[in-house]
Ligand binder design. Structure first.
Ligand code: SAH
Ligand code: DHB
Ligand code: MG
Length: 222
């Protein structure tokens, strides 16, 4: 019961229910052609992100880690016509791919990509008219996840949701002595969440075409 089966089941449900259209497919084709790694969320995960944003009535979304803009398109599709999304990306090359993918998806006016280390671009959002963000999706370098979470708390409001990708890492997250800096980064984030009375959180493990990993969902209380 491992990768081949997880991928087959993802294909079954994605083919049956997710109905990925040509714009999303083109985003992945062009990302691959540009040499980007295939570490985007899976189609069924992207649709889940869209649903969560829609169910919340999100009008303003922040993403940390754009890559080619695949998850960005799913999230942006949840927005009302006057909704806004800001996505942060270290690599100017990745951002250029994402810009083309987002423009083709019709989000040239609604989505801003800020290029640079997120630890430098997040402070620029303090006082931005698009704040407080209703939803934050953190999916960048795992070593800095705790720092991005602290910024997400500054840029949100009570009732906002912060979703963090890749919090299971094939189960490695439970190894406190791991020498993997990504694992240590996620554990530092987890400890910060657990110690923070301003939030309430859950985490779920996932398997699928992207392997064995998981999502944390953190609700801002105050
Ligand atoms: N959310 C995307 C996948 C993001 S992959 C999707 O699901 O489609 C992680 C991205 O984070 C990569 O593009 C990487 O360049 C970016 N990243 C890595 N370190 C970063 C940093 N310090 N600041 C901002 N982005 C960073
Ligand atoms: C990696 C990053 C991701 O955001 C992801 O979803 C999967 C893998 C990575 O850096 O390996
Ligand atoms: Mg991820």
């Amino acid at each position: 019961m491992t990768q081949d089966l997880w991928t087959a089941v993802d294909s079954y449900y994605t083919d049956l229910l997710v109905a990925q259209d040509s714009v999303l497919e083109a985003a992945l084709v062009d990302s691959e052609a540009a040499g980007l790694p295939a570490i985007n969320v899976a189609p069924n995960q992207g649709k889940l992100l869209m649903f969560i944003a829609q169910l919340m009535g999100a009008r303003s979304i922040l993403e940390v880690g754009t890559l080619g803009g695949y998850s960005t398109i799913w999230l942006a599709r949840s927005l009302p016509a006057d909704g806004k999304l800001v996505t942060l990306e270290l690599s100017a090359d990745n951002a250029a791919v994402a810009r083309r993918n987002l423009d083709r998806a019709g989000f040239n006016g609604q989505v801003e990509i800020k290029v640079g280390p997120a630890i430098e671009t997040l402070p620029m959002l303090a006082g931005d008219p698009r704040t407080p963000f209703d939803l934050v999706f953190i999916d960048a370098d795992k070593v800095n996840t705790a720092a991005y979470f602290e910024w997400a708390l500054k840029l949100t409001r009570p009732g906002s949701l912060i979703i963090v990708d890749n919090v299971v890492r094939k189960g490695a997250v439970i190894d406190g002595s791991s020498e993997d800096i990504s694992v240590q980064g996620i554990r530092k984030f987890n400890d910060a969440v657990a110690a923070n009375p301003r939030v309430t959180a859950t985490a779920v493990q996932t398997v699928g075409s992207k392997g064995y990993d998981g999502l944390a969902l953190v609700r801002v209380l105050a």
